[in-house]
Structures are given as C-alpha cells and as structure tokens.
Write a protein that binds this ligand. Structure first.
Ligand code: GAR
Length: 189
C-alpha cells in the first residue's frame, strides 16, 4: 500500500475528491491531511471519510520538524498539495525529493508565482483576455510554480466568462484529472 499525505489550506474539494477516488483502492491510501488552518472546510470533508487531519502553524511548516514527524508517523510515500497556500520548506524538499506534487489552476508558466492562487489566478486570466485556461500538475521545487510539469489540461474561456465561471471550468478539470495523475506518479515511486 502506498500512502498519500495531502496538504490543503482551504475548502478542500480536491482533497475530498482525491480521498473518494482512492477510498476503495487496494494499492493507494490517503493516509493523512495536513493544513495550516484549523478553520477550513477540508477537515470536515476528509474526517467524514475517516481520514485524520492535523494543523501546523506557518512556523512549523517552515521549520519542518513536526511536519516531518507526522509524515513519518503515517509513512507518507507522496505529498500532494491541493490548494495549499504555504511555501514548502527546504527540509521537506530534502526529505521528499521528487515526491511532492502540486496542482495550479492555470496553464503554467502563465499566471503563476507568488500571490497567484485560487481566485486571483482566474481574475488574472479574465483580465488578460485569455481564450483558454486550465490546470497544471507539477513537481515542487524551491521556486513557486516552477517545478517540472507532469500534466496539463485546457478549457475554453469565453469573452463573457467571469472569474467564477472560469473557476468552475478549472475545478471540473481538477476533479477529472488529479487523482489519475497521482496514481501514475505513485507507480514510479
Ligand atoms: C484549487 O483550484 C487549486 O488548484 C488551487 O486552489 C484551489 C483549492 O480548491 N491552488 C492554488 O491556487 C495553488 N497555487 P479546493 O480547496 O476546493 O480544493
């Protein structure tokens, strides 16, 4: 059995979707969810599925030791970021080389970097008049949104689309593809 640890900071719809996808798997288990915020939806979403979740402060994520201890306790093979809004520490990168992946709600290298997360990304896509957006699943390295790209999928952006409308299209792509990509990445670990 391969164990996945999900890091999430918000509502957690992707975390729930991934957890549901693997709930009947005999080879992959979402073992634990870690968050930097105790007041967010992800906890109830995954706890309802029997998956434990824990909260660490920004300082603990930066320093790394307590987070690493929790990951070791749950024998994490892969760290999956699903709407996680903190930078990943050097300690974590060192401990899990090539084993931390992220989903970004746009077509990197467009609309990435510091401050580009969640609705900010969809607002930027609409403001730029882009005709398409999508998702990028990539490995994490020391720079925001710059690790090697594993997978991208596109959706059309109409001139009449609001940022909310783009977000809905992008979420659909996230739900359809992220679990499958995680499965493929795990086969190589
Ligand atoms: C997702 O759209 C994810 O791609 C994005 O945050 C949202 C989280 O939604 N991540 C980033 O912007 C990271 N830079 P969720 O909490 O409902 O899964």
């Amino acid at each position: 059995m391969k164990n996945v640890a999900i890091f999430a900071s918000g509502s957690g719809t992707n975390a729930e979707n991934i957890a549901r996808y693997f709930s009947k798997s005999e080879t992959v288990k979402v073992a634990v969810v870690l968050s930097n915020n105790k007041n967010v939806g992800v906890h109830a979403r995954v706890n309802n599925l029997g998956i434990p979740s824990f909260v660490f402060s920004r300082e603990e994520f930066v320093e790394g030791t307590p987070v690493l201890a929790k990951l070791a306790e749950y024998q994490a093979d892969l760290i999956v970021l699903a709407g996680f809004m903190n930078k990943i520490s050097d300690a974590l990168l060192k401990a899990y080389p090539g084993k931390i992946i992220n989903i970004h709600p746009a077509l990197l290298p467009k609309h990435g970097g510091k401050g580009m997360y969640g609705m900010h990304v969809h607002e930027a896509v609409v403001a730029a008049g882009d005709k398409e957006s999508g998702i990028t699943i990539h490995y994490i390295n020391e720079n925001y949104d710059e690790g090697d790209i594993i997978f991208q999928a596109k959706c059309e952006v109409l001139p009449t689309d609001s940022p909310d409308a783009v977000a809905t299209k992008v979420h659909k792509l996230e739900y359809a593809h992220y679990p499958h990509v995680i499965e493929e990445v795990l086969k190589k670990i």
